[in-house]
Design a binder for this molecule. Structure first.
Ligand SMILES: Cc1cc2nc3c(=O)[nH]c(=O)nc-3n(C[C@H](O)[C@H](O)[C@H](O)COP(=O)(O)OP(=O)(O)OC[C@H]3O[C@@H](n4cnc5c(N)ncnc54)[C@H](O)[C@@H]3O)c2cc1C
Length: 374
């Protein structure tokens, strides 16, 4: 960086978390509750925009309880207890266990402030890049306010989301990023009722909508990638066309600055290596249909913190163990999510699912239960 100062620091007895989203802050909070010293760096200044459907179910609420945040989240969120889907030309309404809808502009700063209150050393507007990993420590370059510092850490948790710039090739892909990409924006709509999670699907992808506590409607979609799909229109026109093919009314983009897209979503990687662990979206992603990414991120962050605390002082192979542990924690849920998202792209499957759920709504219960494992 031109004009920057370069210094070096030793922090060999500390853990560094890269990324202050839900996964990174959950990990920081749990590490602090276990008495571990932790630094967290976040490249953005909060609140920052984030593509997300903002819905959290039972398992996510349980994770908030484990982190001591349930009441603070509940106070700022809208309660959700119904699911309304447009599938195969039919509208289906189901009662679902109570969850919450909370905007990321509210949730992420809340979690970051809680990590600071718990004693984590947090630096925002700071970009981390891992330089090298050796048997004794991990060397990380930290850029903050025109200053570059190289610091050595006992262990580094990568929680940098889908854009994993600072990771180099230290944790190789097992499935390169591909498949649909995400879109989200804030909208207004006369059709969206409080408490209901709306979902419309067609062969171009699916759109979810929910009313937030401040009255805005969060619209989030996963759309097919590729040149043929892109030729159909802009992300915004494609979202409106999925809504037009459903029984839901179109939405009005209320703030153009909130319209954001992601890179291709489906990906998988080795999640640990030596002193490195990846959590949240940085560890891999399926698709958002079942609305579980934040929950998986928090559960992963908590489990990683517990593993680090039990191996304190001997962290040279903690990442290798994490690789196995995260796979066991999320394997069956990721498999279900992949199955559901693939099946719902088929019009025939959508029609059969819609007919079945219309007559036998209780058949959705085992699926909801398997998605909401705590
Ligand atoms: C369309 C769509 C809809 C979704 N809907 C839902 C939903 O309804 N419910 C749900 O639970 N999940 C949903 N998700 C998934 C959810 O948004 C993610 O799984 C979740 O945000 C992952 O959290 P994270 O902490 O891993 O990453 P993020 O929240 O992305 O946080 C990563 C952070 O790391 C920072 N960072 C990145 N690189 C660096 C670096 N080099 N140095 C320092 N900081 C860095 C970034 O600035 C960012 O703040 C949806 C996703 C999509 C795409």
């Amino acid at each position: 960086m031109t004009g920057s100062t370069v210094t070096s620091q030793r922090k060999d007895s500390r853990v560094l978390i890269i990324g202050g989203g839900v996964a990174g802050t959950a990990c920081a909070l749990r590490l602090r509750s276990l008495g571990m010293a932790v630094d967290l760096v976040e490249k953005a200044t909060f609140p920052r925009p984030k593509v997300c459907g903002c819905c959290i179910g039972e398992a996510g609420l349980h994770a908030f309880s484990q982190l001591g945040l349930r009441d603070r989240v509940w106070e700022r969120a809208a309660i959700t207890n119904r699911w309304s889907a447009s599938l195969g030309g039919r509208r289906i309404e189901l009662a679902i266990p109570a969850g919450v809808a909370i905007s990321r502009e509210v949730l992420d700063p809340l979690m970051l402030e809680s990590a600071i209150e718990a004693g984590a050393q947090v630096t925002t507007n700071c970009t981390a890049r891992i330089e090298s990993v050796d048997p004794r420590s991990v060397s990380v370059k930290l850029e903050h306010n025109a200053t570059t510092v190289t610091a050595n850490y006992e262990c580094v948790v990568i929680a940098s989301g889908l854009r994993t710039g600072g990771m180099k090739d230290l944790l190789p892909w097992t499935e390169m990023p591909r498949g649909p990409f995400g879109v989200s924006f804030m909208a207004s709509s006369t059709d969206v009722e409080p408490g209901v999670i709306y979902m419309a699907c067609n062969k171009d992808g699916y759109v979810g909508m929910v009313k937030l506590a401040d009255g805005r409607v969060d619209v989030a979609a996963a759309l097919n990638s590729g040149a043929t799909s892109a030729a159909v229109g802009t992300p915004m026109t494609r979202v409106q066309s999925i809504l037009a093919s459903s029984q839901f009314a179109p939405v009005v983009l209320s703030d153009p600055s909130t319209l954001m897209t992601t890179p291709p979503l489906r990906r998988a990687r080795q999640t640990g290596n030596g002193r490195l662990l990846a959590i949240g979206d940085a560890a891999g992603y399926v698709e958002p249909f079942t609305g579980e990414g934040m929950t998986w991120g928090m559960q992963g962050g908590i489990a990683a913190a517990e593993l680090i605390a039990t191996q304190k002082g001997h962290l040279q192979t903690v990442g290798d163990e994490w690789n196995q542990k995260l796979e066991t924690l999320l394997r069956s849920r990721k498999r279900t999510c992949r199955f559901v998202t693939t099946a719902l792209r088929s019009p025939t499957v959508c029609r059969i699912a819609a007919n079945t759920l219309t007559w036998f709504p209780s058949l959705a219960t085992p699926l909801l239960r398997s998605m909401n494992k705590t």
